[in-house]
Design a protein. Structure first.
Lengths: 126, 126
DNA sequence: GGCCATACTTACACGTTTGTTCGTACCATA
DNA sequence: TATGGTACGAACAAACGTGTAAGTATGGCC
């Protein structure tokens, strides 16, 4: 997005990362809000203002940025209605829907091992 | 790790994020190198110098930071041998091993939809 | 005493992500 | 002319992730 020295180690490593299917996915769905936005859109079509209400803790700017990123990555579809007070609706693409089983597994792992890791930390105090 | 204003929106939102199993996992395995380090350790025990050779594109500092983070998250086990030239070995914990089926699914999704999204982008040029 | 190798550690700087604030465009209504 | 609601956009700043360069500690070897 922004201008950057393509020759920097940072950029070179970024390309390395993008070659890996795994890190590629993490880059797409990573970040602070993307997964939560995708969750909110599961099975629903929501307006920008709906999302704004749902995620009252994030600013309009962040919401816009995340929606744009998800759109350009083909994970959500954006539909603009040329009405007087503008209306824009967002919905998941089939691609995004296919992510759910994986995300459910990830979530399950997180739930299980969050507790497990907490226990390990406590028992290692001795 | 660093000092930070706990009252900032940034921090408040961080806590919000940590409550979600999904974003929790992404935080644990996200970042530029963690998944690749975990991959390298799959089924093996490696020394610091081995990892350094494997990831010649990343600096010692980053390697150390990532290993420390993975260790404190209970994903890898660190064993120090009190020998003359220091020897430190890293291996996956059972918790991390259980991540593999999920990561394989993620990777498969990434592989499939990377191509799909590329096609969509091309066809939407008209 | 000085050098070697391993495995770090520290100080500093670059680049990105996230957050704050203010402004834009639309058109109906008052 | 001013106000209202929706969906943004731009300029700026704080915080974090990542990278660079140099230094530390150990103890055997010369």
């Amino acid at each position: 997005m922004a201008t950057r020295k393509d020759s920097s180690t940072y950029s070179r490593n970024e390309k390395w990362i993008a070659d890996c299917d795994l890190t590629y996915v993490i880059a797409k769905i990573g970040g602070r809000w993307k997964l939560q936005i995708l969750s909110a859109l599961e099975g629903k079509t929501l307006r920008f203002s709906d999302l704004k209400k749902t995620f009252s803790m994030m600013t309009e700017r962040m919401l816009t940025l995340q929606l744009r990123a998800l759109e350009s990555d083909g994970l959500i579809k954006r539909t603009v209605y040329a009405e007087v007070p503008a209306r824009v609706e967002y919905e998941l693409t089939p691609v995004a829907v296919e992510l759910w089983p994986v995300l459910d597994m990830l979530s399950a792992w997180g739930s299980k091992h969050r507790q497990l890791i907490a226990d390990t930390t406590i028992s290692s105090h001795g």
